[in-house]
Ligand binder design. Structure first.
Ligand code: CP
Length: 334
């Protein structure tokens, strides 16, 4: 990858080396057939829950969360428990020795003695890479500041594939905080590798997509983008609408946050101009950017997305540990 926060540990070649023992800081350096295989594994797990219940017997996952989370931490933990493993960890830096000044590296060297695999969320971009270099067990980036959130991207890909049957030949609207939205950055970067996506980037001027993400789209011969601040004008073109929250915790200034947070509110009235089979995604948590009356609309896919989040994390944890899912046969050429 071009990111300064990424170690390129997997060559993006036609071959697809096993994920066993690897860390996942980003999806950028995981070959596409491997990503598709992870999505296949997640679908298999969904229909074979009983068969896979002992896949990770005896394994220990550590969740190190230096930032708040509901879905990511609980789904990582549930995923390991449903595979037969166990979980340790902390949720909140104030309870860990970082509050006494311990470095990420020392924490990871320590936790590597306790756990077989680690999921870590941290407010600083690049923290997951630092962790992966210090640890002797696989690290999964559960979000590093405004940089990447690779397991959210797997979640989003699983949901898009389930709803549309494909990951290409789609018009995808990204709406809201496109500057700090790491889920948006991760998803765009990954979709550009398959290509054939037209992105509509919908944000206020102050929250436009960073240049390095636009360059990713430019670098794809088959992807395009246009930027607009007008959700109502764009919604009718979209196959997918990916809504995001304006993230209070990323703003330096309360006034800017208050001014921008209500820019886009998706409600049933706005959805009247949308295609009948458009899928609405949101990484959650939402504040007010989707009204609750939309939840019953068949186009709302965000709670389905939550469920897919647990399934893809089951697929990823077992793959990184090298624990085979009983009965699963890969379609990937190996
Ligand atoms: N989507 C997501 O990362 O949610 P949490 O912040 O609750 O983990």
């Amino acid at each position: 990858g071009e990111s300064p926060f990424t170690d390129s540990v997997f060559p993006d070649s036609g071959s697809a080396p096993t994920l066993k023992g690897r860390s996942v800081v980003t999806l950028d350096d995981i070959p596409l057939p491997r990503i598709e295989d992870l999505l296949d594994r997640a679908a298999y797990i969904d229909s074979h829950r009983r068969e896979v219940a002992h896949t990770c017997d005896g394994r220990v996952l550590a969740t190190l969360f230096y930032e708040p989370s509901t879905r990511t931490r609980l789904s990582f933990e549930t995923a390991m428990l449903r595979l037969g493993g166990q979980v340790i960890g902390f949720a909140g830096a104030q309870l860990a020795s970082v509050s006494k000044g311990e470095s990420i590296s020392d924490t990871l060297k320590t936790v590597s003695n306790y756990a077989d695999i680690v999921a870590m969320r941290h407010p600083k971009e690049g923290a997951a890479l630092v962790a992966s270099r210090a640890a002797s067990v696989p690290i999964i980036n559960a979000g590093d500041g405004g940089h990447m959130h690779p397991t959210q991207t797997l979640t989003d890909l699983a949901t898009i594939r389930a709803r549309k049957g494909r990951l290409t030949h789609l018009t995808i609207g990204m709406c809201g905080d496109l500057t700090f939205g790491r889920t948006v950055h991760s998803l765009i970067s990954t979709l550009c590798r398959w290509g054939h996506v037209d992105f509509v980037l919908i944000s206020p001027d102050e929250l436009r997509t960073p240049e390095y993400v636009l360059e990713r789209i430019d670098a794809s011969p088959t992807c395009t983008y246009r930027e607009t601040s007008d959700l109502g004008g764009a919604i009718g073109d979209l196959d997918i609408l990916y809504m995001t929250r304006v993230q209070k915790e990323r703003f330096f200034n309360e006034d800017d946050y208050l001014r921008l947070r209500d820019t886009y509110i998706l409600d049933e009235a706005k959805l009247r101009s949308a295609k009948s089979d458009m899928a609405i995604l949101h990484p959650l948590p939402r504040v007010n950017e989707i009204t609750t009356d939309v939840d019953k609309d068949p186009r709302a896919a965000y709670f389905e997305q939550v469920r897919n989040g647990m399934l893809v994390r089951m697929a990823l944890e077992s793959a990184l540990l090298g624990d085979e899912l009983p009965g699963y046969e890969t379609k990937m050429e190996v």
